[in-house]
Design a protein around this ligand. Structure first.
Ligand code: ADP
Ligand code: ZN
Ligand code: ZN
Length: 725
């Protein structure tokens, strides 16, 4: 006869172990409901955890510890707990990550959660009387606040904008003249343009079934009006009293988007990302929960926000790799958004000029409905495409390109040059003996940063002064090989002294405000050259750019990463999308240029047909033929350590249990960058006849890998649907 066990709460804790931990209730109390935030003793520490379930433990009661305090009862709702349960199984991450994903940082500490106070103030009856009275004796700050509130209730934000301080408001609350009140901030919306036929068709599809799940893939070049479609779809959700989440890859250039959303929808936008202060994150989180946040713009972590009544999700630039979390819980925010939309039974729109093969495959399989915007409003002319041979060029610019740049500048156009390498030169070499400056911690060259006279490793951050002589043979002739953005800036400034050259990369731009300022200046300014990295390629509106170029595509042509051609295609089409926006208005012909040392390469010929989706469809066929994602699911078991033998030993010992679970395992294989930051990195490639079999096999096996003796000597994790190798 089985003995009935102790009733316990199963609690997720922020510790690097796969399981939940059992705790007895606070003495004299019932078990806290699932979703409660609790404080528990753990070893010698006290930790904040989340109750994920109730169960019975066979451990004797005197061996179990009790919950010390229930901080918030039932804080996290069932929909988010279910999303997390799904994600932790699918992405094979420790359950304890729940505390990181479902709680904003301020709630991961023992301090009790205070529900956000209302966001505004109004006069009390006594306040109305006081406000009507003689005010000469009143402090001016208080008089100002009372005056502002005589017109009606105001939000804290509005009061702050009037220069009214929180301390003044507190004094008035203490006097009983004003009281906090909950307000929804609205402004009068500015009407948008009338949608063209394609946009209307897309909008109709999205809003046709507002109470049901459907995923849409909205494919349209930059400037084709995707954002207008998002905004009008959001309008429909807001009109029905529902909230809207708009996910974006990075917070880089959101100021423009926020202004646009606010003015068009007439509501205050809430923002959620990891650069915010703890207080700001907490307040957005609370506003989402209270339903006050009507529109949230957020990065991948916003997929776990506790919305009260979410009605629409949008994932913009859905192809962007930043939606994948690369440490801790390695989830794909875009795909998880689809899972959440499905469980909430609401529509979701994934938008991109260059959709990921994953989403294109989902559309091909009928899981997503494709909506296409082919035309650019007011600008139907596509730029002409050219491939230029850069063989024999040392400074990174072919003579034809230099001529073109001069021509465009003289005709009043702006020029955008993309080179995904910051610094002066990617290699520093000794001509005498062939020595190259390498990072001793990574399998990579050090990049020369000339203005700082330093060598920098872009992978681990290691830096050293530029040597004056070759450390190997003593020769003083050290030559920089190749070109980074810093060198291009120097070369271009020399070639075109009459026009401004702006460099856009992490070194030149100290923060996103710098960048926003530059963009605003360029948008309204005269001819100039912009040279920069990935930062520059992402969707901004630079209406005066008539020549855009990708300066070096060759690395991607010969990469060992099967995703390299897809990424190249995305960058090329994103950059090409910068040119041609003004063609019809100015009469200027826009051009797009690809520079390469392999002008005959088949991939480039395919790219230059000018149709991203046709290009991507071909790549998808190739992936299918090769049994690669997204046609076949892939999981990596990755491990790293200072000793490569330890890594290989661990991965070898993991192969048997994985194979026993019916999985096909290959490896150990070195990562594309075998050594990084002093760690040697290897991986197992794991596949199975079906995605379901793969996830089932992984989820039943990976928690047992902690028990392997070899596991103690390495850092390891499971990466489901990896985005880098
Ligand atoms: P995307 O999000 O695809 O890059 P946007 O929605 O930002 O495109 O549109 C690009 C520009 O075209 C914006 O300035 C927008 O206001 C304008 N626009 C979009 N749709 C229309 C339309 N139907 N009529 C006129 N202008 C439009
Ligand atoms: Zn040398
Ligand atoms: Zn390094």
């Amino acid at each position: 006869m089985s003995q009935s066990g102790q009733a316990v709460a199963q609690i997720a804790l922020p510790v690097p172990l796969p399981q939940c931990f059992d705790y007895l209730p606070v003495p004299g109390h019932a078990l806290p409901p699932v979703g409660s935030r609790v404080l528990v003793p753990f070893g010698r520490r006290r930790l904040v955890g989340l109750v994920l379930g109730h169960g019975e433990s066979q451990t004797p009661a005197n061996k179990l510890k009790a919950i010390e305090a229930v901080l918030d009862e039932g804080l996290i709702g069932p929909d988010l707990l279910a999303l997390h349960a799904w994600a932790s199984r699918y992405y094979a991450y420790p359950t304890g990550e729940a505390t990181q994903l479902l709680l904003p940082p301020a709630l991961r500490r023992a301090k009790a959660f205070r529900a956000a106070g209302p966001n505004g103030f109004e006069l009390t009856p006594a306040g109305h009387v006081a406000a009507a009275e003689e005010t000469s004796k009143r402090a001016p700050a208080q008089a100002k606040a009372m005056d502002a509130l005589r017109q009606g209730a105001r939000t804290k934000t509005q009061l702050t904008e009037h220069g009214i301080k929180a301390a003044t408001l507190k004094t008035l609350v203490d006097k009983g003249w004003i009281t906090p009140t909950a307000l929804i901030e609205t402004m009068s919306p500015v009407p948008g343009p009338t949608l063209n036929a394609e946009q209307s068709a897309a909008l109709d599809a999205i809003v046709s079934k507002p109470d049901g799940y459907q995923a849409f893939l909205l494919a349209g070049v930059t400037g084709s009006g995707k954002t207008e479609v998002y905004l009008q779809a959001a309008r429909h959700a807001l009109d029905r009293g529902l909230q809207v989440l708009m996910m974006i890859p990075e917070i880089g250039l959101t100021a423009q988007l926020i202004r646009r959303v606010e003015s068009r929808l007439g509501v205050r936008c809430h923002v959620y990302h990891s650069d915010l202060s703890e207080g700001e994150r907490l307040s957005c989180w609370q506003d989402a929960m209270a339903g006050r946040a009507q529109v949230v713009i957020g990065t991948r972590s916003s997929v776990f926000l506790p919305f009260q009544s979410l009605g629409l999700m949008v994932v913009d630039e859905e192809h962007d790799a930043s939606f994948k979390q690369m440490d801790g819980a390695r989830y794909q925010g875009r795909d998880l958004a689809v899972v959440r939309a499905k469980s909430l039974d609401i529509p979701i729109v994934l938008g991109s000029a260059t959709p990921s093969l994953e989403s294109l495959n989902n559309a091909k399989q009928g899981r997503y409905q494709t909506l296409v915007l082919n035309e650019r409003p007011g600008d139907a002319i596509q730029p002409t495409w050219r491939i230029l041979d850069q063989r024999g060029q040392h400074d990174g610019l072919s003579p034809e390109l230099t001529d073109k740049i001069a021509g465009h500048l003289k005709r009043g156009g702006q020029v955008l040059l993309y080179r995904n390498r910051r610094g002066f030169a990617p290699v520093l070499m000794c001509q005498a003996c062939g020595w190259q400056a390498d990072c001793h911690r990574c399998s990579a060259h050090m990049t020369l940063h000339q203005s700082q006279q330093r060598l920098q490793c872009h992978h681990c951050g290691h830096q050293s002064p530029t040597p004056r002589r070759c450390p190997s043979c003593g020769d003083p002739q050290l030559v920089p090989l190749g070109t980074g953005t810093e060198r291009l800036e120097t070369v271009l400034s020399g070639l075109f002294p009459d026009w401004p050259v702006h460099r856009v990369d992490r070194d030149a731009m100290s923060g996103r405000h710098d960048f926003e300022r530059l963009l605003a200046e360029v948008k309204d300014g005269g001819p100039c050259i912009l040279v920069g990295t990935q930062m520059l390629a992402k969707g901004h509106h630079l209406p005066k750019v008539t020549l855009a170029a990708v300066l070096d595509v060759d690395q991607a042509l010969f990469s060992g990463d099967f995703r390299a051609p897809e990424r190249l295609g995305q960058v090329v089409y994103q950059v090409a999308g910068r040119a041609g926006r003004i063609a019809s208005t100015s009469g200027q012909v826009s051009e797009f240029v690809l520079q390469t040392r392999h002008p005959e390469h088949a991939l480039l010929t395919q790219l230059c047909q000018g149709d991203y989706r046709a290009f991507a469809a071909r790549l998808l066929d190739e992936r299918q033929a090769a049994g690669l994602p997204p046609s076949e699911a892939l999981v990596l078991l990755r491990a790293e350590a200072h000793q490569p033998e330890a890594v290989i030993a661990f991965l070898r010992s993991a192969m048997a249990p994985l194979a026993q679970a019916g999985l096909q395992v290959q490896g150990p294989i070195a990562s594309i960058m075998p050594k990084r930051g002093g760690y040697w990195r290897y991986q197992l490639w794991i596949q199975a006849p079906s995605r379901r079999a793969l996830i089932d096999g992984i989820s039943s096996t990976w928690p047992r890998l902690y028990d392997l003796p070899t596991a103690k000597k390495v850092r390891w994790h499971v990466d489901v649907d990896p985005v880098e190798l």
